[in-house]
Design a binder for this molecule. Structure first.
Ligand SMILES: Cc1cc2nc3c(=O)[nH]c(=O)nc-3n(C[C@H](O)[C@H](O)[C@H](O)COP(=O)(O)O)c2cc1C
Length: 439
């Protein structure tokens, strides 16, 4: 069987995920693997976003996928999804708009991670694969260390054998996602010039981060309506203006002292806009089954903070244009991020229901309840995403303290390791760990 592997790790040949794929390759000499490192090809494909100038590269990749017997999308989980580079690749495939491009071609996903929100990453790949008419077969989620354990290696090999048989026999697979019905409302309200007056509390600093382009008219009007509805000081920043060169490269050099090796103004933007804000609003339009790859790039680049919840306690809200109600996986991934960052999540407002006036009313009330939440110092407590994820990160950082030194020092200082059960037993009573209970 000819298998095309799309390696979505920006680390390309250094990728841990790739080493797992090499194991499948080595143990299955009867199959021919062709590996395409997509993580470093995006700038080449992006030279001309309309793909007119450089169609050959994408055409060549598409042709390889079409002529192989099966495709494996291999990737590390990045912030509950795939890395921005692979997300962009999926967008480029979708932009071709060719129906039936991969009709009936068997595909699966293979990830490595520490298994924090790996399921949402696989859900996403399944959803885009089904849009592209692949016959998607359930994927495999390996822990990044699985390669070193014989029992885990056997499981991976078993998975591959099963997948290749399913593809060879062309067994029918069950679809999980169905085409979404896009909203039809053109949201073009009359926006008042000034924000509302008398604040309930000392004015909060609100930053609205958007990735709006000319194509996102609804989003633009929604963010402007939000700004006009707020009694606080609202600054709107377009993340496209930062000029991010790359997504996260996955090098983890930042693990040492939270310094990113990429010097392109992202850090300055982060320090000047996110750190001083009391309330952060993320505004974006749904693009395939997530926000845009531009947003994913921004979020991935936040990894320089490691696992230190630098935005802890700030409020976070989302303005989303598009069928969010039909994209539960997106909601889950955004909630995962806000919980991981220990932020006080304030939910989402969308343009998917009702008419112009109803959307306006909802945006206004969203702004008002945000103010009320600040006024009452509302805290919804820590939920599974934060508590479960926190314990996962605690164990991971403890075991990898040599790489994630900055996290390790912070966790030690915050008493996170005091939360290990054996320490609690010794103490005879359990004390809530400050970092998991969001002061
Ligand atoms: C930017 C970034 C975000 C990450 N987000 C997650 C995550 O949400 N969940 C998780 O389990 N692991 C996460 N990880 C860990 C990677 O998935 C893991 O280290 C993976 O095995 C790396 O594979 P690679 O070497 O093939 O790139 C993240 C790593 C980076 C660099």
């Amino acid at each position: 069987m000819n298998i095309t592997v799309i390696n979505g790790s920006p680390k390309t040949r250094q990728s841990i995920t790739l080493q797992h794929i090499h194991l499948l390759e080595k143990e299955n000499p009867g199959h021919r693997f062709e590996i395409i490192h997509i993580g470093n090809k995006i700038p080449a494909l992006e030279k001309n976003p309309s793909l007119e100038k450089n169609p050959a590269l994408l055409d060549e990749i598409v042709r390889k996928m079409q002529t192989s017997d099966a495709v494996i999308f291999a990737f590390p989980v990045y912030y509950a999804l795939v890395p921005s580079q692979l997300k962009r690749f999926f967008e480029l495939l979708g932009e071709r708009g060719e129906p039936g491009l991969f009709k009936g071609k068997y595909a699966t996903s293979f990830s490595t991670s520490i298994r924090f929100f790996d399921h949402t990453a696989h859900n996403y790949v399944q959803a885009v694969c089904e849009d592209l008419e692949f016959s998607y077969v359930n994927g495999y989620s390996a822990h990044m260390d699985d390669f070193f354990h014989e029992a885990e290696r056997q499981k991976m090999l078993g998975f591959f054998n099963w997948f290749s048989e399913v593809a060879a026999l062309k067994l029918l697979v069950q679809k999980k996602y169905y085409p979404r019905i896009p909203g039809t409302v053109v949201y073009d309200p009359d926006i008042p010039d000034q924000g509302r007056q008398q604040s309930l509390h000392p004015p909060a600093k609100v930053v609205v981060l958007t990735d709006e382009t000319e194509a996102d008219a609804n989003l633009g009007h929604m963010t402007r309506m939000f700004a006009a509805s707020s009694m606080d000081t609202v600054t709107v920043k377009n993340i496209r203006d930062i000029g991010l060169k790359n997504g996260c490269l996955g090098c983890c050099t930042c693990g040492y002292d939270n310094t990113c090796i990429q010097k392109d103004g992202f850090r300055q933007f982060y320090d000047e806009n996110l750190k001083p804000a009391d309330i952060i609003i993320i505004a974006g339009s749904i693009r395939d089954h997530y926000l845009s790859s531009q947003w994913k790039k921004f979020l991935d680049r936040c990894f320089f903070n490691g696992h230190v919840p630098i935005l802890q306690g700030k409020r976070l809200g989302f303005i989303v244009s598009g069928p969010l109600g039909q994209t539960q996986n997106l909601r889950e991934t955004l909630e995962a991020i806000s919980e991981t960052w220990h932020m006080k999540s304030f939910g989402m407002v969308t343009d998917e229901h009702g008419d112009r006036d109803e959307i306006t009313a909802r945006i206004r009330d969203f702004a008002r309840s945000l103010e009320l939440a600040a006024d009452k110092d509302l805290d919804m407590g820590a939920r599974f995403y934060r508590v479960g994820g926190g314990k996962l990160f605690r164990d991971f950082i403890y075991a990898t303290s040599a790489v994630f030194k900055a996290d390790h020092l912070f966790y030690k200082k915050m008493g996170v390791y005091e939360d290990f059960p054996q320490k609690q037993i010794k103490k005879g009573s359990s004390t809530p760990c400050s970092i998991f209970s969001c002061p």
